[in-house]
Design a protein around this ligand. Structure first.
Ligand code: AMP
Ligand code: MG
Length: 703
């Protein structure tokens, strides 16, 4: 058995975001696994690639697979640099040093400035780095090698042997790798930390962890790549695919032989000296090897292309942001709207100290230590909304009604029921605690205190709080318009005549109603047959901020939603480890996010609750929301296989979760029967009556 189940080979890039359409000079990830190799993945920038890699690592760990990830840039610098930079001859010290300093936004980063800083520290700005690729001059970073001075070797040992390898000191110009290293090592370091204990880095560590990082150099198989790159092919994509295929096709002992190197500081290029063996696999047919059909071919296919639910949600959470503008609305119209700014109290609540009861108020100090107290009453009374104009002298009391502000001279109130009155006096027994039955000013909310955070979906109680603290107009997001479109030749609208082979459109009323319950504005985009032009026209004319489609989301002939989105270059087929649900096609259509839901109503419903709901909330400006569930004893039996999360249509009866008699995803009656979902974890589960299971009422999804 090989050391690894799967190989991901990454062609890194030191440059900026390359946009949504696949192109060269981007990051490409080639893959080879138990089912052969897969079409390379395009990654428009490093941030996206980092998340993809994290997701793949996570998926491999969940699936118990061993994953080897190769990167085409040096893992170390020439000898002496690590110690000069960090005080330790340890490549990981350099990784950490860079991770702390490199800032990487998709369209801008500080790599040249960081390099200049190193130069100034080490060789008065004359080296070791050179090749300022920016228009502006940077002190300490030479543009050319004129006046260049490098205290370190120009190349690593491996680079003196690998013909044509570039030096990592050169940051720009054709073929330069220096920027890739500066921009790559921080990503590797973060992944290493994020999956601490699960990742080993070659050749610095023994590869005894499920995940390995290795350094590759596709030029080792240059001839093969050249031969395989057709007109219109993107070379970077071809080469990562071929490297993945080559490594994946090696006999285990040959890979082991390649891994035997001694380069504890500088690192090494995997496969150097073994080029013939790497290219020997070129004889294999270029077309993909189809996966073998097995009896359970409709079960989860082998492999880890499945993104765990939590990982998919984390990606949505990270990527999506509000798409609707802000406006100000009167408090009275703000219920259910999304707050666009943090709010703080304009006024304290309560604004003044007041009495919590009907009774008599006085100064506590005047009766300190007395058991039996009789106080003369001043004329008049203090009632809510009527402030008492005078001052109550020490030793006097005043009649007070609930909510009345404490008059000057009053700090304590005794309850009506504890008093007797007559002849202009009030009598009661001591001791009375100073401050009794009063409310301090601002005891609920101080003036200026934060009351409601941005992103909050305003509740009736929030409106009470905002009003009480002196607010009247609230900054909110404009409502999110969500279009709902059904697809499929077989689908006809409810109420029309249906031929025997046709089905009524169940998804559209369901989804429109869900959208309304989520607090967005539902926009009915109707139904289109399985016709790409019609679908395109409908998406083009949709007046919506986001679109939910149902049907046609997988990769079959009639699956035009995924085909169209993929033509436009902005499709991500999300294969989420979820039942019911796959596949989910997430894409962008003219800047609008499109959620391509499965056609099956049950799957469409579950995907909407689990994925579309939190995603739409973010688009609407609201905060992230995970549904609250709770553990209850099961009233059913089920053996669940590991590898994906499952949601069962469920309801609570006598404190136990019942599930619908069938898990069929066409069983709409079960959706209607259910009052919530039972969520079964990604791993295996053996459930018998009484086993605690997580129940999430529909109410927790805002439904
Ligand atoms: P698809 O995802 O297009 O392959 O559809 C999967 C299944 O869902 C098929 O049986 C479709 O007939 C059914 N389906 C698709 N759209 C709808 C809809 N709007 N209402 C009810 N069933 C649908
Ligand atoms: Mg269809």
């Amino acid at each position: 058995m090989s050391r690894f189940d799967r190989f991901l080979m990454v062609d890194w890039s030191g440059g900026n975001d390359t946009g949504p359409r696949p192109r060269k000079d981007a990051i490409w990830i080639g893959e080879s696994g138990p089912d052969g190799d897969a079409a390379p993945l395009y990654q428009r920038n490093r941030n996206v690639a980092e998340e993809t890699l994290a997701a793949r690592i996570e998926a491999a760990l969940v699936a118990g697979e061993r994953l080897c990830i190769g990167f085409d840039f040096p893992f170390g610098y020439p000898a002496g640099f690590a110690a000069a930079l960090t005080g330790r001859a340890d490549p990981f010290a350099v990784w950490g040093w860079l991770a702390e300093r490199i800032k990487d936004a998709p369209r801008d980063n500080n790599r040249f400035d960081v390099a200049a800083g190193i130069n100034l520290q080490m060789a008065q700005g004359q080296g070791p780095f050179w090749g300022n690729g920016l228009r502006r001059d940077i002190a300490g970073l030479p543009r050319t090698k004129a006046g260049y001075r490098n205290p370190f070797p120009d190349r690593r040992v491996i680079e003196t042997r690998a013909k044509g390898a570039f030096t990592c000191w050169q940051l720009s110009g054709a073929g330069a790798v220096g920027s890739q290293v500066l921009m790559g090592l921080p990503v590797l370091e973060r992944l290493r930390q994020r999956f601490a204990g699960q990742v080993a880095v070659w050749p610095f560590q023994p590869l005894d962890r499920p995940i390995a990082f290795v350094e590759i150099w596709p030029s080792l198989i240059n001839d093969t790549v050249k031969a395989a790159t057709g007109e219109g092919d993107i070379r970077d994509a071809v080469q990562v695919r071929l490297v993945a295929r080559a490594l994946g096709g090696l006999a285990p002992d040959r890979l082991d032989a390649m891994l035997q190197v001694d380069a504890p500081e500088e690192g090494w290029i995997l496969g150097h000296g073994f080029e013939d063996e790497l290219t020997a696999t070129r004889g294999r047919a270029m077309s993909l090897k189809p996966p073998p059909l097995t009896n359970d071919c409709f079960a989860l296919p082998p492999g880890v292309n499945w993104t765990p639910v939590d990982q998919a949600l984390a990606l949505l959470r990270e990527r999506l942001h509000p798409v609707v503008p802000c406006e100000t609305v009167p408090l009275m119209q703000a219920s259910g709207r999304v707050l666009a700014e943090d709010l703080s109290a304009r006024r304290a609540n309560p604004p003044l100290p007041n009495t919590a009861v009907d009774g008599y108020g006085f100064a506590a100090e005047a009766i300190a230590g007395l058991d039996e107290i009789t106080l003369p009453l001043v004329a008049g009374r203090a009632a809510a909304g009527l402030s008492y104009p005078g001052e109550v002298p020490p030793g006097y009391a005043i009649r007070m009604l609930t909510g009345a502000s404490l008059p000057l001279g009053v700090d304590t109130v005794v309850l009506d029921e504890d008093c007797t009155t007559g002849e202009g006096q009030v009598a009661f027994r001591g001791p009375v605690k100073p401050g009794a039955n009063t409310r301090r000013a601002g005891e609920d909310v101080a003036q200026g205190a934060p009351i409601l955070p941005r992103g909050r979906v305003l509740t009736p109680a929030d409106l009470a709080l905002a009003a009480a603290t002196g607010l009247s107009d609230l900054p909110v997001h404009a409502p999110l318009r969500v279009g709902v479109l059904s697809t499929g030749n077989e689908v006809v609208p409810a109420g029309s005549a249906a031929a025997p082979g046709q089905i009524f459109d169940a998804n559209r009323p369901m989804l429109l109603s869900l959208i309304a319950r989520f607090g967005h504005v539902p926009v009915d985009l109707g139904h289109v047959p399985d016709d790409r032009a019609a679908l395109r026209a409908r998406l083009d004319s949709a007046e919506a901020d986001a679109i939910l489609t149902s049907g046609g989301a997988s990769a079959g002939d009639e699956d035009h939603v995924s085909a169209l989105l993929s033509d436009s270059g902005a499709l991500n087929a999300w294969r989420i480890a979820l039942k019911p649900g796959r596949p989910l096609a997430l894409g962008m259509w003219q800047g609008k996010p499109v959620f391509g839901l499965p056609g099956n109503p049950v799957a469409a419903f579950v995907c909407t609750l689990v994925f579309a709901r939190p995603a739409l909330r973010l688009l609407a400006g609201a905060d992230w929301s995970a549904p609250e569930g709770f553990d209850v004893p099961a009233a059913f039996t089920k053996n669940k296989k590991p590898g994906r999360r499952e949601y069962l249509r469920a309801r609570l009866r006598e404190g136990r979760a019942e599930v619908f008699k069938s898990e069929g995803s066409g069983r709409i009656s079960g959706l209607s029967w259910a009052e919530g979902l039972v969520e079964l974890p990604d791993g295996a589960a053996h459930i018998t009556p009484g086993t605690p299971v997580r129940y999430i009422p529909f109410g927790s999804f805002g439904v």
